[in-house]
Design a protein around this ligand. Structure first.
Ligand code: NAD
Ligand code: UDP
Length: 338
């Protein structure tokens, strides 16, 4: 079985490629390298001892995608490719809608053309918006997103569900990720953000490695146990393994299904700092700053559906997440650059 991983060179895609190869799938990755490095895929091959095929291309480029489907026998697609910076999406909404929606539509069109019937999509907990109670459950209505990035996820979900409604053989699995952190246990691949990290864990690891002076905690006066925001952090390898279960499920069932991929346990920003310090032995200087616009005080997943239907459970602890994030960063202080 051959899986096409769009955005396969990215943070989550590269880890999922490891899990797919280790589970016996053949993998074809397509990525325009707009936010990643081909070195990640060379390291995936090193970790697994298996080869994968790589195409450097924009998935909105229909001719390029058709070429891949002509040259490879693609049995299923995992669609990771997309722009993902929340703040940037507010500044560049048209670029986000163009790239993320065009990518989803083009992939669906080319899949239809070549008779490919299974797609797994990288969605996000952000589609629950601000209206829902937590823990979030898949049967809750989607909510109002606070930024264009979130809307591209919500709209892509709709496009995928409509496509599945119109084609009774098409299978769509929407995976709503919570907060992926950590890295492969080898320390060979990990998260390599360009510029100043937007996300908490890469910011912490860059402080730890001396690249940044101190962490700003966005808000200390929330109505949460310690006043800082709480999130459902999940080890990226647990998340990666969820994709192996999801693509198998997609190939065996038609219709659209949605699954949360989270642990079901929230941690505060201060708890993450503490856990990182314990795992690394390094003190993280931080100061409590203003709230970041659009941040919700807290949310986490009800992860039982993925457990019951996919047989997927997280296996790695917060200590594992911190240890592996640090292991990656300290072995690769400049990311994939060297
Ligand atoms: P990432 O930026 O590391 O990976 C995305 C990859 O897609 C990058 O390698 C980028 O170069 C590529 N890409 C972007 N547009 C492309 C295009 N038009 N054609 C080809 N390649 C393209 O991000 P990630 O953290 O690995 O996220 C993967 C997916 O999961 C994204 O869709 C993201 O929105 C979603 N997601 C991520 C998180 C998170 O916290 N990391 C949470 C929820 C959802
Ligand atoms: N956060 C923070 N300082 C940072 C980055 C993030 O305090 O430099 C907080 C942020 O307010 C949120 C949590 O860490 O409560 C996780 O943020 P991240 O951007 O990683 O993920 P999000 O939940 O926003 O998708």
């Amino acid at each position: 079985m051959t899986i096409l991983a769009t955005g396969g060179a990215g943070y989550i895609g590269s880890h999922a490629c490891v899990s797919l190869l280790e589970s016996g799938y053949d993998v074809v990755a397509v990525d325009d390298l707009s936010n990643s490095s081909a070195e990640a895929l060379r390291r995936v091959e090193k970790i697994t001892g298996r080869e994968l095929k790589f195409y450097e291309a924009d998935v909105c480029d229909r001719a390029a995608l058709e070429k891949i489907f002509r040259e490879q026998k693609i049995d299923g697609v995992i669609h990771f490719a997309g722009m993902k910076a929340v703040g940037e999406s507010v500044q560049k909404p048209l670029e986000y809608y163009r790239n993320n929606l065009d990518a989803t539509i083009t992939i669906l069109e080319v899949m239809r053309q070549f008779g490919c019937k299974a797609i797994v999509f990288s969605s996000s907990a952000t589609v629950y918006g601000s209206e829902n109670e937590y823990p979030y459950r898949e049967d809750m209505p989607k909510g109002t997103c606070s930024n264009p990035y979130g809307w591209t996820k919500s709209m892509s979900e709709q496009i995928l569900c409509d496509a599945a409604k119109a084609d009774s053989e098409l299978s769509v699995v929407l995976l709503r990720y919570f907060n992926p952190i950590g890295a492969h246990e080898s320390g060979l691949i990990g998260e390599d953000p360009k510029g100043i990290p937007n996300n908490l864990m890469p910011y912490i690891t860059q402080v730890a490695v001396g690249k940044r002076k101190e962490l700003t905690v966005f808000g200390g006066d929330y109505d949460t146990p310690d006043g800082t925001c709480r999130r459902d952090y999940i080890h990226v390898m647990d998340l990666a393994e969820g994709h192996v279960k999801a693509i198998k499920y997609a190939m065996e069932h038609a219709g659209a299904e949605v699954f949360n991929l989270g642990t079901g346990v929230p941690y505060s920003v201060l708890e993450i700092i503490k856990a990182f310090e314990d795992a690394s032995g390094i003190k993280i200087p931080y100061r409590i700053g203003a709230r970041r616009e659009g941040d919700l005080p807290e949310f986490w997943a009800d992860a039982s559906k993925a457990g019951n239907i996919l047989g997927w459970h997280t296996r790695r602890s917060l200590a594992d997440m911190c240890r592996d994030s640090w292991n990656w960063q300290k072995n690769n202080p400049k990311g994939y650059e060297e």
